[in-house]
Design a protein around this ligand. Structure first.
Ligand SMILES: [Zn+2]
Length: 243
């Protein structure tokens, strides 16, 4: 099943998670959304952990691991890991839009890369970022699985600030629009839609500071995505094909 544009499975349903739903998929798989939204917040400063915390271990130790300013956890590989309160969700995108006169907020967490920025107006199957394991990523994965439970955590709040089931918002049953009475806009949007996500907008990630790592995304026909990772000090020269 496609959730937020890529094949993912539900690993923690809303009924159990209470305020959100978790969707596991492939690390760095694209996250896209149909409809029209305003980006009201992004967090982009974190890097994915190459490790995660076992879900059941976390639940049974939650009270003792909770500190004033975060969680002092033990990871699946037995390492000590402190995650400050502000970092729990990792990199995220928070979107706002309307459906049948009502305003909704969609929060998408634990991303590796974020390709939109605050105040952006997005539409037509926009590529938001890629799946990662930033923040406190709980999983039931074992040591053999080196993705350590990478997943997307999605929260949807209604106008009253109440958390509601995100599923219809991520499986494209409900598409939001920018206008409170914008049902027509959504329909118009659907007609124009192209199944291939847009090329990611230019962000700071394409102009890294000296010695920073950067990730380049190549969008190719037929929904294929390739990542080229450069480590500190490595140089990549792009040569324009003049033929
Ligand atoms: Zn979650």
């Amino acid at each position: 099943m496609k959730y937020l544009g890529s094949e993912r499975v539900i690993t923690l349903p809303f009924e159990e998670h209470k305020t959100a739903e978790d969707y596991a998929g492939i690390m760095l798989s694209p996250l896209s959304i149909k409809g029209q939204y305003k980006v009201i917040k992004t967090v982009t400063k974190y890097q994915s952990y190459e490790d995660s915390v076992d879900y059941n271990t976390f639940i049974s130790n939650q009270k003792t691991w909770k500190k004033d300013n975060g969680y002092q956890c033990v990871t699946i590989t037995g390492k000590s890991l402190f995650i400050p309160s502000g970092e729990l969700g990792g990199n995220c995108v928070i979107l706002e839009g309307y459906y049948q006169d009502k305003k909704y907020q969609i929060g998408i967490y634990h991303l590796e890369n974020v390709y939109v920025k605050e105040q952006d107006i997005i539409r037509n199957n926009t590529l938001l970022g890629t799946q990662g394991s930033t923040g406190l990523v709980l999983s039931n994965k074992d040591l053999k699985d080196k993705t350590y439970g990478t997943h997307v955590h999605v929260e949807v709040k209604n106008e009253q600030g109440k958390f509601i089931n995100p599923r219809p918002f991520v499986d494209e049953s409900i598409l939001l629009s920018l206008d409170p009475k914008g049902d027509n806009l959504v329909k118009e949007d659907e007609k124009k839609e192209d199944e291939i996500p847009q090329t990611p907008p230019k962000t700071d990630q394409t102009t890294p500071k000296e010695n920073e790592e950067m990730t380049l995304l190549f969008t190719c026909p037929k929904d294929d995505f390739y990542f080229l990772k450069l480590k500190k000090g490595e140089k990549l020269y792009l040569v324009k094909n003049s033929s």
